[in-house]
Design a protein around this ligand. Structure first.
Ligand code: IDP
Ligand code: MG
Length: 143
């Protein structure tokens, strides 16, 4: 997900470019203001933490871009491409390292496991919004 700060700062294209140039396939994409109920469900694992309400307020404060990214090792690779949660610790070359300063404005979200990816995809998309197609360069990306 490109969070509201990333959208407001004009970083949608830069984030999508990194995903595309890596070779991963974007199979679903949606720009919307996340409703509060969906934000609470999305961040349910953080209920009770001191930053939870600020996080829900922030993530619903403007449009965000939800994506489903497909490719071998995509979940772990996207987390690496996003970088450490705190942009101050995220290494240069990562999205957070290059484009962020503080944890509460860290530009992007990525699912952290197959289970959370499945849960988050089902929360933000219906099955018919996932597009099944081949990229023409797949033969040159995979051995
Ligand atoms: P992640 O996004 O790298 O998976 P999580 O620990 O799952 O990191 O936290 C979810 C999001 O909550 C973070 O991306 C960040 O926006 C916010 N967050 C996490 N910890 C803090 C904090 O200590 N202060 C403010 N916001 C936080
Ligand atoms: Mg997380």
């Amino acid at each position: 997900m490109i969070k509201p700060d990333g959208v407001q700062r004009g970083l949608i294209g830069k984030v999508l470019q990194r995903i595309e140039q890596k070779g991963f396939k974007i199979v679903a994409m949606k720009l919307a203001v996340m409703p509060e109920e969906k934000a609470k469900a999305h961040y349910a694992e953080h209920v009770g933490k001191k930053f939870y309400q600020d996080l829900v307020d922030f993530i619903t404060s403007g449009p965000s871009v939800s994506l489903v990214v497909e490719g071998r090792g995509a979940i772990a690779a996207m987390r690496k491409m996003n970088g450490a949660t705190n942009p101050a610790e995220a290494v240069p070359g990562t999205l957070r390292g290059d484009f962020g300063i503080e944890t509460g404005r860290n530009v992007v979200h990525g699912s952290d496991s197959p289970a959370s990816a499945a849960r988050e995809i089902a929360l933000h998309f219906c099955a018919s919004e996932l597009v099944n197609f081949k990229r023409i360069d797949e033969a040159w990306l995979y051995e």
